[in-house]
Design a protein around this ligand. Structure first.
Ligand code: NAG
Ligand code: NAG
Ligand code: NAG
Ligand code: NAG
Ligand code: NAG
Ligand code: NAG
Length: 457
């Protein structure tokens, strides 16, 4: 199976093109290359040219991959995270370039139009939505270098959006069930969480508690707490290692790289890949590859050309000097699942452990498969209880789904939103609440066609 992409790409030379990667597997709270006892630490970069909320598919862009994969290799990464893909597109070229370069993929299955609506999760959890994300699984399950899928990113983005948690968990359950039924290989499913100190632990517990069929396989945290010349202690990493020391599944940074001090030195890299962190963490991904308005880039893209910024070299050398701890490095297979967190007014407003049932009409996908992938042209699935007949009318730029740009604040030291980099081409539309974004970014939703992007903090 893994060779078909190579053949399809028309690469005739047998030997050299067949550097097929082994899948990554999870044992206890760590990743391993299948068949090996050496841990796999994610050394990654987040990759979505145009910004993490740009509705474009970087893995369907063969020229873009030919331009960027050698740069990933030069940087020394073994994983990328992509926030949005077109499930109807062909990804063979990019996936085999990545595979040849020894690079795994972490993929968000949602798009701005096919995702849970934070403000009204119920109606947005529907069969059309599940069809879309299942079709995305279908498009990628054949690639052995898919490390895992994210069922959602930062849906809980504040203390007042915790009521969405059962929906996120239901989506996780459905994805796991779909993969079990429709994929020949187990592929991990995780959640990528916003950095909310008040309820982060409850999130971790909630997604880790209860029946295995409903729990996440890995936890990604978007964490910007190490800024400039910080330390294990000052950054809060040490506290996290202590607090989360009994977590039973792999944890890693799905986004890191505070830019309050620039150029970024990436002094945290040495600590992330040290034995201080390794009993609990398995590396992370730096936000982000390309320079966008919010100033988190490692390189500047311009057509076919790539210019390296100082951050690129700083990260490359930091990674180059950071050696993975050897052996199991404190990993454990005996930690138990968390207890479900209890209801807490204003912080964790979830009662009980019941999850929404699979929406009507979606049951058939588990047995029959998702069917035809509808790609970026599919109508929005973010239905609402008001469900006006024109709920999709925002799908072209005429309704100016424009995000207010954070560009101007990006250098002021505030955590600007990654989502804010979206251009006027963003098709986020009403309820684009699950747009990939960094901590503190919030989509405030105006039902009826417009959205605006508010920056918190
Ligand atoms: C790991 O390797 C074993 C033995 O080769 C194989 O049976 C198993 O299916 C592999 N697991 C995954 C997830 O690929
Ligand atoms: C952003 O998305 C649009 C398509 O929606 C695409 O044309 C554009 O190239 C993307 N931006 C970048 C920098 O990739
Ligand atoms: C949470 O509070 C923020 C700011 O107070 C508000 O903008 C947002 O709409 C609220 N979200 C929900 C889901 O109530
Ligand atoms: C866990 O969930 C599965 C699938 O729904 C079910 O078959 C099984 O009985 C459950 N196990 C427990 C202990 O509840
Ligand atoms: C982790 O588990 C051990 C053994 O059960 C216990 O002594 C310790 O207090 C736990 N630590 C945390 C942070 O929960
Ligand atoms: C280690 O860091 C130094 C100083 O930044 C750099 O010159 C060197 O190339 C790095 N080593 C590797 C293997 O990246």
């Amino acid at each position: 199976m893994k060779f078909s992409a190579v053949v399809a790409a028309g690469i005739a030379m047998a030997g050299s093109a067949m550097a097929a990667l082994d899948p990554i597997v999870i044992r206890g709270n760590a990743f391993y290359t299948n068949g090996s006892n050496d841990r796999f630490y994610i050394r990654g970069v987040d990759y979505q040219p145009g910004g993490s909320s740009n509705v474009s598919d970087p893995l369907a862009d063969s020229d873009g991959c030919k331009r960027d994969v050698p740069v990933f290799k030069n940087l020394g990464v073994n994983a990328i995270r992509v926030y949005t893909v077109d499930n109807s597109a062909d990804h063979d070229d990019c996936m085999s370039l990545l595979d040849d370069a020894g690079i795994y993929l972490l993929l968000d299955v949602n798009t701005p139009k096919q995702s849970l609506n934070r403000n009204e999760p119920g109606p947005s959890y529907n069969a059309a939505y599940l069809q879309a994300i299942f079709a995305t699984v279908d498009a990628f399950k054949k690639y052995d270098n898919v490390l895992g899928f994210f069922s959602a990113n930062e849906v809980i983005n504040d203390v007042n959006s915790t009521a969405t948690a059962p929906y996120v968990k239901a989506v996780t359950r459905d994805l796991k069930r779909y993969i079990k039924a429709q994929s020949s290989r187990t592929i991990p499913v995780g959640y990528s969480a916003a950095d909310i100190s008040q309820n982060r632990w409850q999130q971790m517990e909630y997604f880790n508690c209860g029946n295995e069929s409903e729990t996440i396989d890995m936890f990604g945290m978007n964490d910007y707490s190490w800024c400039g010349d910080s330390s294990f202690q000052v950054s809060g990493y040490q506290q996290n290692v202590e607090n989360y020391g009994n977590y039973s599944i792999p944890m890693f940074f799905s986004e890191y790289g505070c830019n309050k001090v620039t150029p970024r030195e990436f002094s945290e890299v040495e600590t992330i890949y040290s034995s201080q962190m390794s009993p609990v963490y398995s590396g992370g991904l730096v936000y982000e590859y390309s320079q966008e308005a919010n100033n988190y880039g490692l390189v500047k893209l311009n057509g076919d050309s790539v210019s390296y910024l100082t951050d690129f070299y700083n990260l490359k050398y930091a990674l180059g000097n950071a050696t993975d701890p050897s052996g199991s490095a404190g990993a454990s297979t005996t930690r138990s699942k968390a207890n479900c967190p209890s209801y807490e007014e204003g912080t964790w407003e979830v009662r009980g452990t019941d999850l929404p049932e699979v929406p009507s009409g979606a049951e058939k996908y588990f047995s029959d498969g998702a069917g035809k992938a509808l790609g970026f042209n599919a109508p929005s699935t973010q239905w609402s209880s008001g469900n006006s007949s024109d709920s999709d009318s925002d799908s072209d730029s005429s309704s100016s789904a424009s995000a207010s740009s954070a560009g101007s604040t990006a250098t002021s030291g505030s955590q600007s939103s990654a989502a804010s980099t979206s251009t006027s081409k963003s098709k986020g539309g009403a309820g684009a609440v699950e747009v990939p974004s960094m901590m503190n970014s919030i989509y405030s939703l105006v039902l009826g066609g417009l959205f605006s992007l508010g920056l918190m903090l």
